[in-house]
Design a protein around this ligand. Structure first.
Ligand SMILES: C[S@@+](CC[C@H](N)C(=O)[O-])C[C@H]1O[C@@H](n2cnc3c(N)ncnc32)[C@H](O)[C@@H]1O
Length: 245
């Protein structure tokens, strides 16, 4: 199993949370003054809101999420996936911040595909460098599509059933989906995940933890834990394992 120590998580985690929160608050106010609103569950409004931002603005409003990802994602991964190359999907990858954390911590030679509905954010994501913690370049590509549609590969054909080892969502399920829209994503998660594959899904105001847990239990996923960036984090990611077929 992949083991990531708390010491390594502390060393790799970004600091300066107060500055991050202040920058996020100022940028969100400036965007609101320009009529840009992105805290929504309606996909066209979400995509339009995020697409209207510059890279600096997106990274500012996503600052707390990025700060949390460097803690939550490795804790969610730790001891839950095999230490061998994995096929990984990063749902709602934005400008690639969560993808960078996955590239850093997933086993070397894993292949990661990021999904995003706001095309301009993928332009920013494609410019970034993605490296494993050994320094090796990671294999990363991106697809512009909604995560509640059939999940396709970069060439445009649907991902084959049962071939994905790990699905991650950071700041998406609990912030932009609701139980109704999540049901379409859940059907895709169940279709593409390999037996014993793992889904790490964020919880938040639009899809709280207890609701996600009951939806996943009804779809025969086993709950493995709820991982947070710090003990008072009201969001975080819940980890589920798909039953063998
Ligand atoms: C809070 S940001 C998080 C970005 C990234 N995961 C991270 O942690 O840095 C949420 C992202 O999810 C995307 N998103 C929201 N709903 C989506 C949907 N239904 N399909 C695809 N992307 C979506 C948004 O456009 C936005 O880029």
């Amino acid at each position: 199993m992949l083991i990531i120590s708390e010491e390594e998580i502390r060393q790799s985690g970004r600091g300066g949370l107060l500055a991050v929160l202040w920058r996020q608050w100022c940028t969100e106010r400036a965007l609101a003054r320009r009529g840009i609103h992105f805290r929504a569950t309606e996909i066209d409004q979400v995509a339009a809101g995020y697409a209207a931002m510059s890279q600096e603005e997106f990274d500012a409003v996503n600052g707390r999420q990025d700060w949390a990802n460097w803690r939550t994602i490795p804790r969610a991964l730790n001891d839950h996936v095999p230490d061998e190359p994995l096929r990984v999907l990063d749902l709602g990858c934005g400008s690639g911040n969560s993808t960078r954390v996955l590239a850093h911590y997933c086993p070397r030679d894993s292949r990661i595909t990021g999904y995003e509905c706001a095309e301009p954010l993928l332009t920013f994501a494609r410019r970034r460098e993605y490296r494993h913690r050994t320094g090796a370049r990671a294999q990363v590509d991106f697809v512009c599509q909604g995560v509640t549609q059939k999940l396709c590969g970069p060439a445009g054909n649907p991902i084959s059933g049962g071939c994905v080892n790990l699905i991650n969502a950071s700041g998406v399920v609990g912030h932009h989906l609701n139980p109704e829209t999540f049901s379409a994503l859940l059907a895709e998660i169940a279709r593409v995940l390999a037996p014993s594959g793992v889904a790490m899904l964020d919880v938040g105001p639009t899809l709280p933890g207890p609701v996600l847990q009951s939806l996943m239990a009804a779809a025969h996923f086993t709950f493995l834990g709820h991982y947070r960036s710090w003990f008072g984090d009201p969001t975080g990611e819940m980890v589920f394992r798909r039953h063998g077929r």
